[in-house]
Ligand binder design. Structure first.
Ligand code: HEM
Length: 494
């Protein structure tokens, strides 16, 4: 993260509520006249650059939140950024402040790289609402359910290809999830171009969004070749659909082409292709990396596995259906805990499009802010013993995720993940089929090392030891209690 310097010297907001917040965090000077945002101490030149690595930033922001409260300033390479954190920040960004945050500063560079004026993730206001109305349907749980056979077929193919011995987890998850996103969202296949897709999508995000790589990298022959191939694939999918019309189950391309027919000025040919590629940009690494973390947690906690396997076996006894996935509340709680402990988007970059009064500060329009959303995931007053991996915190009785603003793996505000339904469906299906099909154990020599390309993931050395396949006898169903109330308890409110 980086970007323009924000104006950070602010005047005191004099409302009683604001004064209480300010007093609580002890930031009013003795005269009560001015208020300066606390600055997190850092190295002279680099500032907090080291701590802003995606794999470290949540811990860094959490420490700063505990020390300074919900608003603080950090320095990075001579630039100043304002950070908003804690449940109050999440509630504000999802509630009364939702229209105050703009996305263009963070995501607009991607539009320029793609050659479009805007895209769903970079626009705000009515234009965003209109684009989201068009694009989000194909990312819903309902669409995932309607196409579940496609996701299940891809999973079976990749599980069938696994032999006993070592399996490198992160690349396996990437291959599977990318193929599932291709089949579900755009009715295509990513298999022939997997390496190109992974290379192009990751480097594009790192060069034009997170700025972990210089944009010049995109001109390297290997990267440029991947870029050409990926766009040729996407354009071919769109062209074919123009010729054939919608498939049996309309997908993202069908929805966007229908919108383009009504409003060709808004949806030019490049906009349509960018929307189709958007499925990979948004869905591929996010869900794949979360699945890899889920497998990491499974092998760390063999004591949890027998109950999960029994639940999955019982649910899948009648076949792989959308309803079967609803009968796995224990696995869903496990995956919710994976998303709490390993959120792949620990913070969001924004700029303010209006003046904002928050937590006792006045922040002017134009301020470059980071919403450190997932600081809450580590706070002991929201999640009991937060360093402990404990899926039961999502049970109906405890429901720790229900505190507004506490549990936010899918973001906050207007751009909150449009693919949440699909992501939850994919994660449940893939984890269930893995548990149902394979016997595996951990590599005792591996310690978790995370990489961020740009979303965090276990590195490619993370592998599991596949002991063999489970037989039909192994899979004999065991009955596990499951109720509607169990499922309702898993719906977080932010
Ligand atoms: C575990 C998996 C996933 C996680 C944790 C996740 C998380 C997020 C987060 C935090 C955002 C907000 C980004 C921002 O505000 O800057 C987001 C946006 C988005 N996600 Fe996901 N995501 C996941 C999977 C998916 C999948 C599978 C898809 C679809 C294939 C998807 C589609 C989108 C889209 C389209 C947006 C932009 C929404 C908008 O701008 O209105 N996501 N996601």
């Amino acid at each position: 993260m980086g970007g323009p310097t924000a104006a950070v010297r602010c005047r005191v907001v004099r409302s009683a509520a604001a004064q209480r917040i300010v007093a609580r965090h002890g930031r009013v000077d003795t005269l009560g006249m001015t208020n300066t945002i606390p600055v997190v101490g850092s190295a002279p030149l680099l500032g907090s650059l080291y701590d802003l690595n995606t794999t470290r930033m949540r811990a860094f922001f959490t420490r700063a939140y505990i020390e300074h409260g919900p608003v603080f300033e950090i320095r990075v390479l001579g630039q100043r950024l304002v950070v908003l954190a804690g449940p109050e920040a999440n509630r504000y960004a999802s509630g009364s402040g939702r229209k105050s945050f703009g996305s263009h500063l963070a995501w607009g560079r991607l539009d320029r790289h793609f050659g479009v004026a805007s895209s769903m993730i970079s626009v705000d206001g009515e234009e965003h609402t209109a684009m989201r109305r068009v694009e989000a349907r194909a990312y819903t749980r309902a669409h995932f359910n309607a196409t579940i056979d496609r996701s299940a077929a891809a999973a079976h193919e990749d599980l069938d290809a696994v032999s006993p011995g070592w399996l490198a987890v992160a690349p396996w998850c990437k291959r599977l999830v990318t193929e599932q996103v291709a089949r579900v969202a755009v009715s295509g296949s990513a298999r022939p171009l997997l390496d190109d897709l992974v290379r192009y999508v990751q480097l594009t995000l790192m060069a034009h969004v997170t700025r972990q790589r210089p944009p010049a990298l995109m001109r390297f022959p290997r990267v440029a070749r991947s870029q050409r191939r990926v766009w040729a694939m996407v354009d071919a999918l769109v062209d074919e659909r123009r010729r054939t019309g919608p498939g049996d189950v309309p997908d993202l391309i069908d929805d966007v082409l229908a919108a383009a027919a009504l409003d060709p000025g808004r949806w030019g040919p490049t906009d349509v292709s960018v929307a189709a590629l958007g499925a990979f940009i948004a869905g591929m690494d996010t869900a794949a990396n979360t699945l890899a973390f889920a497998i990491w947690e499974l092998v760390q906690r063999p004591e949890l596995v027998p109950d999960l396997v029994a639940e999955v076996d019982a649910a899948l006894a009648g076949g792989i259906t959308a309803e079967a996935l609803e009968r796995m509340p224990g696995l869903v709680r496990f995956l919710f805990e994976v998303l709490r402990v390993h959120p792949i988007a620990p913070a969001l970059e924004r700029h303010l499009v209006t003046d904002v009064e928050f937590a006792g500060y006045h922040l002017p329009a134009g301020t470059h802010v980071i919403i450190a959303t997932t600081v809450t995931h580590s706070l002991g007053d929201l999640f009991a013993d937060p360093d402990r991996f404990d899926p039961d915190r999502f049970s109906r009785e405890r429901g720790e995720h229900r505190t507004p603003g506490a549990y936010v793996p899918f973001g906050v505000g207007t751009h909150t993940c449009a693919g949440r339904g699909m992501a939850e469906g994919l994660l449940t299906l893939d984890a269930a089929l893995l548990l149902h099909t394979l016997r595996f154990t951990k590599d005792p020599g591996y310690r978790l090392r995370q990489i961020a390309r740009p979303t965090p993931s276990p590195d490619n050395r993370f592998r599991i030891n596949v002991l063999g396949r489970r037989t039909p006898d192994d899979q004999r169903a065991v009955s596990v209690p499951r109720t509607q109330a169990d499922r309702e308890a898993l719906t977080p409110r932010t």
